[in-house]
Design a protein around this ligand. Structure first.
Ligand code: RAT
Ligand code: ZN
Length: 421
C-alpha cells in the first residue's frame, strides 16, 4: 500500500469508524431465531413451543421476551400463575403498561423495544399497543423479514438446534428451502441434561449409539459448530456423567467432524422456576476448566463465553495462552451498554482484534435491530478509544486498517474459526 491516508485527528477517526461500521455486515454467531420455512407459532398460545412454528416476530413476541417478563413481574407483582394463564396479547399489554407507561423504560431490554418502535416510526410514548399491533399485523412476513435483516445489517445468523427436539425435527423435514442466511448449530444441553437426571441413560444409550446419532444429525444438518451451556461449577476434568459425555462423545465428535465447540459457562438454571424461561441466574465459574480443555484438545477450536462479569478478565488471559480459544459475546446479563463497553475495551487491550465482540442471542426477529444497533454503538466507541490511544502514542490509523479490523470482528474471526478445511 503506497502512501496510505492517515487519520490524524479524533473526528476523522470517528467518522471513518462510523462509515466502516455502517458498511460492514455482521455474522450473528448465536441466536435462537429460525428461518421463515420453520413457520410461526399460534399468536394466542403462550408458553411452550407450538408445533405450528418456531419463528417468533412482531410486537407481542417482542414484549413477552423473557428479559422483559422478569422485569414486569418485579413491578407488577401479580401472582406468577395469573401471569402465565393470560393470553400472549394480555401479557404484552401488561408488560407495556408496567414498564413503559407506569415506569420509565431505562433497562436495556426495555430500551431495545424503544429502538425497534423508533426504527419503524411508531410512537415510543403510546398509551397502549394498538398502533404497534396494527403495524406488525400489516406486515407480510417475507418482506418484513428481509427488511429487518437489512436494517440490522446482518448477513448471516446461527440458529440453536436441539437434535432431540421432535418439533424442530418435523419442521426441518417439512422445510424444503432454508433461507441461505441461516446456519445450524448442534446444541447439546438436552443430551447432557437427560444424562445427568438419569445416569442410566448414558449406560443404556451406549457411547457408540449416541455418537452414531450425532454423526447422522451432523451429516443431515451440516452445523457450523457444536454447543453446550454449562453451570458455574463446571470442572474439567470432572468425575460425573457430563465429563464422561464430553470425553467419550462430544470432544471426539467435534474432532472427527472438525467442528468448533462453543461453551457458554456460568448459567444457574431455574433459580426461580416460577418465572419459567426468565428464572435463570448466573454464577462465577472456573476458567481453569477451559484452559485444561484447550490444553488437552489442541486440535479443537473452542468458542467460549462466560456469563459472570467476574470471569471476563480471566477469560482474556486464558485466550492469550491458547490460540485455540476464541472469546465471544457479552452474554445475556452482560449485554448492557456499561458492561459491554468495559468488556470490549478490556478485550482490545489484552487480545488485539482476536475475539468476537458480540452475538445477539435474539429470540424474536426484530431484536436483531436493537441488539445490533446497540452493540455497534459500543464497539464503535471502544474502537475510537483504542485508535485515539494509538494516535496519542505516535501511530495514526488508516481507513483501510479500520475496515480490516471491523471485518475481522464482525465476521472474519468467526468464519475462520468454524471453517476448518
Ligand atoms: O439469553 C437467553 O435468551 C437465554 O435464555 C439463553 O437462551 C442462553 O442464551 C442460552 O443459549 O442458553
Ligand atoms: Zn442463547
Amino acid at each position: 500500500m503506497s502512501n496510505p491516508q492517515k487519520l490524524s485527528d479524533r473526528s476523522s477517526i470517528q467518522k471513518e469508524i462510523e462509515r466502516a461500521l455502517a458498511a460492514e455486515p455482521v455474522v450473528d454467531m448465536h441466536t435462537h431465531l429460525y428461518p421463515p420455512a420453520f413457520g410461526t407459532p399460534d399468536p394466542n398460545k403462550s408458553g411452550n413451543v407450538d408445533p405450528r412454528g418456531l419463528l417468533l416476530w412482531g410486537g407481542d413476541e417482542l414484549l413477552t421476551y423473557h428479559y422483559l417478563t422478569a422485569e414486569t413481574l418485579r413491578s407488577a407483582r401479580i401472582p406468577y400463575e395469573q401471569f402465565w394463564a393470560m393470553s400472549k396479547t394480555d401479557q404484552a399489554n401488561l408488560v407495556w403498561k408496567t414498564l413503559f407507561v407506569d415506569n420509565t423504560p431505562t433497562s436495556e431490554a426495555a430500551q431495545g423495544i424503544i429502538s425497534v418502535l423508533d426504527v419503524f416510526g411508531l410512537d415510543t410514548r403510546a398509551p397502549d399497543l394498538k398502533e404497534a399491533r396494527a403495524f406488525f399485523n400489516s406486515q407480510r412476513l417475507g418482506e418484513h423479514f428481509d427488511q429487518v435483516f437489512d436494517i440490522a445489517k446482518v448477513s448471516g445468523v446461527v440458529m440453536t438446534n436441539d437434535p432431540f427436539d421432535d418439533t424442530e425435527d418435523q419442521l426441518w423435514s417439512r422445510s424444503i428451502t432454508i433461507d441461505r442466511r441461516f446456519s445450524s448449530s448442534l446444541r447439546l444441553d438436552s443430551l447432557i441434561n437427560r444424562s445427568l437426571v438419569n445416569a442410566a441413560h448414558v449406560a443404556i444409550s451406549t457411547v457408540t449409539q449416541v455418537r452414531a446419532f450425532l454423526d447422522n444429525w451432523i451429516q443431515r444438518r451440516n452445523p457450523v459448530y457444536m454447543a453446550l451451556s454449562l453451570p458455574p461449577d463446571f470442572n474439567f476434568p470432572g468425575e460425573d456423567a457430563r465429563d464422561h459425555l464430553l470425553r467419550e462423545v462430544i470432544l471426539p465428535t467435534a474432532k472427527e467432524h472438525r467442528l468448533a465447540l462453543t461453551l457458554m459457562v456460568g448459567v444457574r438454571r431455574k433459580v426461580n422456576p416460577q418465572l419459567r424461561d426468565a428464572g435463570d441466574a448466573l454464577g462465577k465459574a472456573n476458567v481453569t476448566a477451559i484452559e485444561r480443555l484447550c490444553l488437552e484438545y489442541p486440535d479443537i477450536n473452542f468458542l467460549v463465553t462466560f456469563l459472570s462479569r467476574e470471569n471476563q478478565h480471566e477469560l482474556c488471559v486464558a485466550a492469550r495462552k491458547f490460540s485455540n480459544l476464541m472469546p465471544f459475546g457479552c452474554w445475556w446479563f452482560l449485554n448492557n451498554p456499561s458492561i459491554v463497553s468495559e468488556i470490549t475495551r478490556e478485550r482490545f487491550e489484552l487480545l488485539g482484534q482476536s475475539f468476537i465482540p458480540q452475538h445477539s442471542d435474539a429470540r424474536v426477529l426484530e431484536q436483531l435491530i436493537y441488539k445490533w444497533k446497540h452493540a455497534r454503538r459500543q464497539i464503535a466507541d471502544a474502537l475510537l478509544h483504542s485508535y485515539q490511544q494509538l494516535l496519542d502514542r505516535g501511530r495514526a490509523i488508516t481507513p483501510e486498517e479500520i475496515s480490516r479490523d471491523v471485518n475481522r470482528l464482525f465476521s472474519g474471526n468467526f468464519n475462520e474459526w468454524v471453517r476448518q478445511d
